[in-house]
Design a protein around this ligand. Sequence first.
Ligand code: NAD
Length: 257
Amino acid sequence: MRLKDKVALITGAGSGIGRQAALLFAGEGAGVVVADLAPQGGEETVRLVRAGGGQACFVRADVGRAADCAGMVEVAEREFGKLDVLFNNAGISHIDDGDAVSTEEEVWDLTMQVNLKGVFLGCKYGIPALRRAGGGSIINTSSFVALLGAATPQLAYTASKGGVLALTRELAVVHAREKIRLNALCPGPLRTELLMKYLDTEEKRQRRLVHIPMGRFGETVEIARAALFLASDESSYLTGAAFTVDGGITAAYVTPE
Ligand code: NAD
């Protein structure tokens, strides 16, 4: 059991990577707090965890709101007695996010509120709880787009994920001596609703696939497994990293035929 006796709080756990992580973490012995804006998805994740014999509870939280972030941490300590792992995974990708000229301020503000401020607030309220537990691991979800520019821009999203990377690096240094590790997880493009709503034709999908050495999109469970490693003590000497799981995209100049 890689997370035996640990308590993990996962934001955006009602879907995608977050749900897979909840299932994996609980299967490795963690008590899991499933936090999500959407109760239906969150409750379903809890049901799936319990069906697999794991322990989980749901808390509705908008990560862009301070009171909700304070509340989700309180739930973890109340229900499970402590908090060891915080996976700041919730994020959005707005359909009208484009380049600097086309992106509306409202789209920029909303994206920053969820993707960047949400991670800040998670850390703001989560770090004191990790201190009370004697240390722990924080995983902040960034993206491969924080590392590479694309001619198909989603400027607010990209900037928010760049911010997550920088914030994580700095806090990793600040809290290193308190046994609190922080790493940024940088997933490549995944075969999920979040991405496929943009890549809605075979031509658009092929235009992306040509840049991926492995020649396929990733699966949410492949990212959740990386999060499990970062959450567990197996990664005990890893902090401040941009942990990239991208099918080789950032390693490539020319990809195989
Ligand atoms: P998803 O859309 O399947 O899941 C996101 C979850 O976050 C949903 O359950 C949603 O209800 C929740 N959520 C949205 N806004 C919220 C808020 N304000 N407060 C709390 N919860 C909120 O997405 P996913 O593909 O699993 O992505 C998870 C993370 O991974 C995101 O941060 C995303 O940016 C990042 N990511 C995804 C990809 C990809 O290709 N899918 C690639 C790189 C990074």
